[in-house]
Design a protein around this ligand. Sequence first.
Ligand code: AMP
Length: 277
Amino acid sequence: MIIFKNSNDLYTYLARQKTAGFRTGFVPTMGALHAGHISLVEQCHQSNDLVICSIFINPTQFNNAVDLEKYPVTLEADIDKLEKAGCDLLFMPSRQEIYPEGFTFRQYPLGYLEQILEGKYRPGHFQGVCQVVHRLLDIVRPHQLILGEKDFQQCHVLKKLIEILEIPVDVVIHPTVREQDGLAMSSRNLRLNIDQRKTAPLLFNGLSKLAQVINGNNDSLVESSIRELNNLGFKVDYLVIADAETLLPPGNETARKVILAAAYLGEIRLIDNIVLN
Ligand code: AMP
């Protein structure tokens, strides 16, 4: 695995590889890698000749300073895992490399997508996500971008970004990888204490139970799920049933629904979702 810290070096290297006919796939991450990230890397291998992964904790997507300060960093272990997973190129830029002096932070017209759910509870978050992914895609220019379904709304936002900017890249969404007890893998899980770690899978458990009983009118079912989770020690930001294509409340046109939730355990914020078929 070759490690790049400089964006021009990576860009130049990749341009040569693409001219030589290599197909490239890209997995952007913030590090503290777990089996969820690694399964994205493995998926990337299946349809690309070169797998590129990035590790960059993007300050502009954190709307909470403590969350940024405490974001787990496990670089040596990350490099080891990526090497074992067969990652070809790792991009580990500095903040200065991604946002050099004079960098213009533009606003992306994401519309209602950044006002609902995560957007509502984390103002500015998706603008930050778009800034960094735009910058990374500009450097890497991959044929394929692999994203995790765990961040369901982020997938929608990034597809919208790609549409707005008319970037020629295929987006592949990879299913959520879970711990044996159902907890969606997340770098932030490292910050859960022993008691919180025991409680954490109950979020997915709650969503799974709701998924089994929803019917036409679900308001009271949703309300009682929220109440139950709050009683278990979560502080639920939102728990909704939405149209999986629009993330808006389901209507007659809805073909596929998704249950989306975000909840705090102490100061750790967990998100999860279940797509209903
Ligand atoms: P992050 O490092 O949290 O920014 O995540 C990097 C990428 O990994 C994103 O596309 C996430 O959606 C994806 N990801 C994170 N956790 C999981 C998981 N448990 N299963 C599948 N993909 C994940």
